[in-house]
Design a protein around this ligand. Structure first.
Ligand SMILES: Cc1cc2nc3c(=O)[nH]c(=O)nc-3n(C[C@H](O)[C@H](O)[C@H](O)COP(=O)(O)OP(=O)(O)OC[C@H]3O[C@@H](n4cnc5c(N)ncnc54)[C@H](O)[C@@H]3O)c2cc1C
Length: 473
């Protein structure tokens, strides 16, 4: 049986960043085996971040074609080819898979890659595709997550999409039901609605994205409603069946039962860790009650020679994100090699929902600060008060700064605005370095930018933002 210095199970963000880091930190070209069931690059490039953001970008442009009609720009005679859009998304993912993963892997002569499903047969040995066995001195589990399929009566007889296969879509749906209003459900619902699909979103909770401020998730809901998305909150799907090629969902809520009929169903009801098919008990690796692999802050599992990183790892992550998976892969690599890693500050990791406008947040909500210190100081500012809003011709948006009133330090920043994904990192720095509200006010921003709204949330503690000239320090 061949023995490797390192075995990496999974070829996504966590697996790849760990692979690169191991090679960077070691001089003697260790022998590394990488095993992956799915395509190189994992979820993000193949079925996650990249295709979803490519779709969203087109839907955003379609919506904004005539945004500057009042400034004399009227666009007529355009054509949206749905099939071509999806073909181009598939092209994009394969181009990026090749340039960012395949080509890079091919250049590493100390790495052997095997396509297949790995399972543990004991504490240091894996078996691939129930056949070949390999020993590893250190093993990283980076197997990611997969869509969670809710246990709805009748679902097993229905053809539905998840984010794993929606990118294979050929024709444009007419009516689409989306189960779940998390980040993925919201992003795709808005994009499909803007492409002309009649979208119905069913959610058991009373609002989307409960980890952000309630007023912001309600604003976002209203924006998506204006795009045509129909929401059914506090609603469960009781049963699903199909009839004459259509899918009928029986919904139940406080107002009783009713049905919706669609031609397409997308399940976006969260994701579950890929830990259940690995025979982890044979390796002495424990999981928590939800199946996430238990790790310490150096990504070490309950077996000292086995590490876990990314979606499958039970770290206090604010969401399953590519960025976190990649960082955890780096921490795991350093730990496996014996280099003291810089541990991750999970409190300052930004989360973004790529709707239009984007929702970006970091840190705590007002409610959470109230729970932890018994008081909270917060200020919110409407985006329409920012000069950049008038320049962009976009009024929707809001930002809220959450402060610990006893220390004056920033605890949370929540922004609903165009390009919020680009500016939220300010909030991460404020939280990470325990900046105070004065620091938010004193930082000179660029005029005119969306980013100024962050400063304005700080200024709102000392003056009326609706009575401010364009630039005031
Ligand atoms: C639609 C969608 C949109 C997203 N958008 C964003 C975004 O905009 N920004 C962001 O930061 N994050 C986004 N994410 C989340 C992001 O994609 C994931 O957090 C990230 O890809 C996780 O990386 P990972 O390495 O942990 O797992 P993955 O990338 O899922 O990699 C896991 C790998 O393990 C393999 N594997 C699984 N089991 C086995 C086994 N037994 N043996 C061998 N191989 C195995 C898989 O085939 C895969 O290659 C999105 C996710 C989705 C679904």
């Amino acid at each position: 049986m061949r023995e490797f210095d390192y075995i990496i199970i999974g070829a996504g963000a966590a697996g790849f960043s760990s692979l690169i880091k191991i090679n960077e930190l070691t001089k003697d070209k260790p022998e590394i085996l990488m095993v992956s069931k799915g395509p190189l690059g994992g979820t993000c490039v193949n079925t996650g971040c990249v295709p979803s953001k490519a779709l969203i970008e087109v839907a955003k442009h379609l919506k904004k074609l005539n945004i500057f009609e009042d400034r004399g720009l009227k666009i007529t005679g355009y054509n949206m080819e749905f099939q071509r859009l999806f073909e181009s998304i598939r092209d994009l993912t394969s181009r990026l898979r090749k340039s960012k993963y395949e080509d890079i892997l091919n250049e590493m002569d100390n790495v052997e890659f095997i396509q297949g499903e790995a399972r543990f047969i004991d504490k240091d040995t894996i078996e691939v595709n129930n056949g070949r066995k390999f020993k590893g001195k250190k093993i990283l589990i980076a197997t990611g997550s997969r869509p969670n399929i809710p246990n709805i009566p009748g679902i097993e007889k229905i053809d539905y999409y998840t984010t794993e296969d929606i990118w294979t879509m050929e024709g444009k749906p007419t009516q689409m039901a989306v189960i779940g209003s998390g980040a993925i459900g919201l992003e795709l619902s808005q994009a499909f609605a803007r492409l002309g699909v009649d979208v119905h979103v069913i959610e058991v909770l009373d609002r989307p994205i409960p980890t952000t401020e309630p007023e912001i998730s309600r604003m976002l809901t209203d924006i998506l409603r204006r795009d045509g998305v129909k929401f059914y909150f506090k609603t469960r799907v009781k049963e699903i069946h199909s009839k004459n090629g259509e899918i009928i969902l029986k919904l139940i809520s406080h107002s009783g039962e009713h049905e919706i009929t669609v031609d397409t169903l997308l399940i976006a009801a969260g994701r579950r860790p890929n830990s259940d098919r690995l025979n982890l008990e044979r390796a002495g690796v424990e999981v928590d009650s939800r199946g996430f692999i238990k790790v310490d802050n150096k990504m070490k599992t309950t077996n000292p020679n086995i590490y876990a990183a990314g979606d499958v790892a039970g770290t206090p992550k604010p969401a399953m994100l590519e960025t976190i998976a990649a960082r955890e892969g780096v921490v795991a690599a350093s730990s496996m090699i014996g280099v003291e890693p810089e541990t991750i500050d999970y409190n300052s990791i930004p989360v973004v929902v790529f709707t239009d406008p984007e929702l970006a947040f970091v840190g705590l909500t007002e409610e959470k600060v109230m729970e932890s210190v018994g008081a909270c100081a917060c200020r919110g500012v409407q985006f329409s008060l920012m000069p950049k809003s008038q320049i962009l011709n976009i009024e929707d948006g809001y930002a809220k700064l959450v402060i610990d009133p006893y220390t004056g330090t920033v605890k949370g920043l929540h922004v609903l605005a165009p390009y919020a994904s680009e500016l939220i990192i300010q909030g991460s720095l404020y939280i990470r370095h325990e900046y105070r509200v004065e620091d938010v006010i004193n930082l000179i921003q660029v005029f005119p930018t969306v980013s100024e709204i962050v400063k304005a949330t700080g200024q709102a503690f000392i003056r009326r933002v609706d009575k401010m000239p364009c630039c005031v320090e």
